[in-house]
Design a protein around this ligand. Structure first.
Ligand SMILES: [Zn+2]
Length: 318
């Protein structure tokens, strides 16, 4: 295994892992917030937070093992929504240090020498609730989490599921200040044409690359087919490798994001896409300029195996 994400990206298409929170919610270990509040609005208090790391570590360890076994070159520590800001609202603020450090420890334990470990850092949700004036507060929370992840020994960061480019810029600045390489992926909703603060995918790609991201792209919200046009737009705007971690849920012409569809979160099984779509996506990775490919919500190990198979088939054709 390469020592760094930069070396790994140079060696071929990097296979990431899948979505942890939705899979662990299905297995009964993560709280979706369903029935208690309106989810998917950004105003939620406790849904989809990563306390499973300290409450049911064996469940998390097992999912890491499944992804590794399916072909992942990188395991993400389950630190998504792990800023003190989000954890405070879920009642776990006092456990912020422990959740982040235990999540990294579990991922490293399973990865051993076989995979790199990435710290996952996502939006704080402050911008959704309080607007752009809250960016300084976001900076403090994101910087704190990145410090915890660095202390715990992550190899690099995956900055993911940011809706506002302005907050992504803050996160990239914090990553650079900490001296950690970062893969940066925005999430586009409700449509793939622009992010929440109004920037096109091409603009996002350029800004993220200029701020030093080692790969730029998109994650979550769309199924592979729906995500592809926005990735192509990004491809035209930058020369760094693309990163793509699509969701495994079918979206519609009118709404390109599954978290805005009525099926979220209780009827997701009704819009699940088949793993075949991920085999095809894996096959296309190289020609689309995708250097880092994985899955997000709805992708368990079967989907990662499908991606790895697709990439492998296209490698054979080289
Ligand atoms: Zn997702």
């Amino acid at each position: 295994m390469a020592k760094s994400i930069t070396e790994l990206l140079k060696s071929g298409v990097v296979i990431g892992d899948g979505g942890y929170l939705i899979e662990l919610e299905r297995r009964g270990y993560v709280d979706s917030g369903s029935g208690r509040e309106e989810v998917g609005t950004g105003r939620g208090s406790g849904q989809f937070t990563p306390e499973v790391a300290i409450e049911n570590p064996d469940a998390l360890r097992e999912l890491h093992r499944e992804f590794l076994n399916a072909g992942s070159h990188v395991l993400q520590a389950l630190t998504f929504f792990g800023t003190r800001e989000k954890l405070n609202r879920a009642g776990y603020g006092a456990d912020t240090e422990r959740i982040n450090s235990v999540a990294v420890k579990l991922a490293k334990e399973v990865a051993g020498e076989k995979a790199l470990v990435a710290g996952s850092v996502s939006r704080t949700q402050l911008t959704e609730r309080e607007g752009m004036a809250s960016l300084d507060k976001s900076r403090d929370h994101i910087a704190e989490q990145i410090r915890l992840l660095k202390d715990a020994g992550v190899d690099f960061l995956i900055l993911e599921t940011f809706f506002h480019l302005a907050e992504m810029k803050v996160a990239l600045e914090c990553a650079a200040a900490a001296g950690l390489p970062a893969v940066a992926t925005m999430s586009f909703r409700p449509l793939i044409t622009k992010c929440t603060d109004g920037h096109t995918p091409a603009e996002c790609a350029k800004v993220m690359a200029d701020l030093g991201a080692v790969a730029v792209g998109a994650n979550c919200e769309q199924d592979p087919k729906r995500m592809l046009p926005l990735l192509r737009e990004m491809r035209g705007a930058t020369s760094v490798p693309l990163a793509a971690q699509p969701a495994a849920f079918r979206t519609t012409e009118e709404c390109h994001s599954f978290t805005r569809l009525p099926a979220f979160p209780d009827d997701l099984e009704t819009i699940q896409v088949s793993r075949n779509e991920f085999i095809e996506f894996g096959k296309a990775a190289r020609q689309e300029g995708i250097g880092y490919i994985g899955g997000c919500c709805g992708c368990n190990a079967a989907y990662i195996r499908a991606l790895a198979r697709g990439v492998e088939e296209s490698n054979k054709r080289l």
